[in-house]
Ligand binder design. Structure first.
Ligand code: ADP
Length: 499
């Protein structure tokens, strides 16, 4: 925690803390030596590493240094076809017939191996994606292992998950994931699919393929029958080839609302099942009776966590007017103390923006915010010379109709609005095309229940933010998508209930 150096008595006899930013931490970098990255990665199809039929590879870089880490294969339509055929064969010949408790053993084994290789996975996640090692080490990797454990436990208990019903797997699942939680999203998708007897073709995002490929190494070592999980790399065209492949039974997609809409159109009328987890613009609401310091910390965690590269990020803050001044002052003090820099340093709070394009998108929104008349405040921290960086930023004097309050920015940028009454804030919070998550900060339990009932968001946190557990479902309303991942709901997305 940063040290508050100067204490000055404020007028109302409360103690005002000022953060002295001249004070800095000694570097505490995690060693790269615990991670092995090969110079080139092929495709993991049918339990083997296969050269791409496309013969093409592309670079994956470290966004904190703009240096090449490795090159990965670009799957063309013929590679996608090969992967889907391998998944179909494994489904028909092996996996669907295997007793559920045997399937479970493999999923448990993968969970344990993710734990065993946690350090390496965390380092690679931070190198390839730019997120602080503290997050990849303490959140992404353990939560990924937990998902495998959780769904391994369900594999042979489906009659308890769906009492008096008979279930059957869907078949081959095409899974397409984004760059913000690469390993965790792969675990969210693969674990429930294979635990319920489906086979998988998974494609990670083009800027963050490495931990999915490491997971492929784990899967290979685990002895999972060939073809049950196939991991192929590539960009949007590869994703589209998976979506359009006629032998896919289900698409599970996490990513932008624009691509979600393309996918929905592409599969209309094909009988393919789909779950879509798309964008968000979460409202975080602070009432005057909230524990203010705790709320400020929750807001910081909610938007600056993972550089704001979180679809459920609390990017709209609604503060009750009577406490707005205090909250804004505390937020400004707190962002001044956030450490922006080397993702591998254990002190870092905010790492690198994932890609040049994403940084350009964030800058576009900073300009839009200023042009719309909002007031921008940024931390005064120094940024490293190379790499993609954005200072933690907040906007005050934001109007509900401003684009920075309506559109997903996917960066460390907070839009602050004020309100007076419960009805007003519910109206404003729900006035969004999205509905993925939200937060409520208040001392009153009754207010929490009132708010959560009336807000249109898939997940609502009360007096906390960004908490995840494999047993709780996650997913959105409106343009944030449909279908749920996690918990029992996550199981039902991978089974047919046949009677
Ligand atoms: P973001 O804007 O967060 O990068 P995208 O929706 O563009 O999100 O990407 C999420 C995932 O979807 C990535 O794996 C990407 O390669 C893939 N993708 C992009 N375009 C398409 C498409 N037309 N069809 C299927 N997948 C796609």
């Amino acid at each position: 925690m940063p040290i508050a150096k100067k204490k000055t008595a404020a007028k109302n006899n409360t103690i005002k803390l000022k953060f002295d930013t001249s004070w800095s931490y000694a570097p505490a970098p995690e060693s790269k030596s615990a991670a092995t990255i090969k110079p080139q990665y092929d495709l993991f199809i049918n339990g083997e590493w296969q050269k791409p039929l496309s013969k093409k590879y592309f670079d994956t870089i470290n966004p904190a240094k703009e240096e090449k880490l490795s090159e990965v294969a670009e799957s063309g339509p013929a590679d996608v076809d090969k992967a889907v055929n391998a998944a179909r064969h494994a489904y028909e010949k092996v996996w669907r017939k295997m007793p559920a408790k045997e399937r479970a053993k493999y999923v448990f084994r993968i969970a344990r191996m993710v734990q065993e290789r946690a350090r390496e996975l965390a380092i690679i996640e931070s190198l390839d994606g730019g997120k602080p090692i503290r997050e990849s080490r303490d959140f992404d990797v353990p939560t990924a292992a937990n998902h495998f454990f959780y769904y391994a436990g369900w594999a042979d208990k489906l009659e308890y998950a769906f009492p008096n019903r008979v279930t059957e797997p869907l078949g081959v699942a095409g899974q397409i994931i984004p760059w913000n939680f690469p390993l965790l999203m792969a675990a969210w998708k693969i674990a429930p699919a294979i635990a319920t007897g489906n086979t998988v073709v998974l494609k990670p995002a083009e800027t963050t393929s490495l931990t999915a490929l490491k997971l492929a190494e784990i899967i290979e070592e685990s002895g999972l029958p060939p073809g049950v999980v196939n991991i192929i790399t590539g960009a949007g065209e590869t994703g589209a080839a998976i979506v359009n492949h006629p032998d896919i039974n289900k698409i599970a997609f996490t990513g932008s609302t624009d691509v979600g809409k393309i996918i929905q159109k592409a599969i209309a009328g094909t009988g393919k099942k789909v779950t879509l987890e798309l964008g968000g613009k979460a409202a975080n609401i602070i009432f005057e009776d909230a524990p203010i310091d705790q709320a400020v910390e929750g807001v910081i965690n909610g938007i600056y966590f993972n550089q704001g590269h979180v679809c459920c990020a609390g990017s709209r803050l609604y503060v009750q007017e009577s406490v707005a001044k205090e909250v804004i002052r505390k937020l400004k003090d707190r962002i001044e103390s956030l450490i922006v820099g080397d993702p591998l340093d254990k002190n870092t709070d905010i790492g690198a923006i994932n890609s040049k394009q994403q940084l350009a998108t964030i800058h576009k929104y900073l300009d839009i915010g200023k042009k719309e008349g909002a007031e921008m405040y940024q931390s005064s921290c120094a940024l490293p010379g190379k790499g993609f960086w954005c200072r933690p930023t907040l906007f005050t004097n934001v109007a509900q109709s401003n684009r920075i309050a309506q559109e997903e920015i996917f960066g460390p940028v907070l839009a602050i609005l004020t309100f007076r009454t419960d009805d007003e804030v519910i109206e404003k919070a729900n006035n969004s095309p999205y509905g993925l998550s939200a937060g409520v900060w208040t001392d009153k339990g009754s207010k929490i229940f009132n708010m959560t009932k009336r807000m249109r968001a898939g997940v609502i946190w009360a007096n906390t933010f960004n908490k995840f557990d494999p047993s709780s479902p996650f997913g959105g309303y409106k343009e944030s998508g449909f279908g749920r991942e996690g918990g029992l709901h996550g199981l039902s997305a991978y089974v047919n209930l046949i009677n």
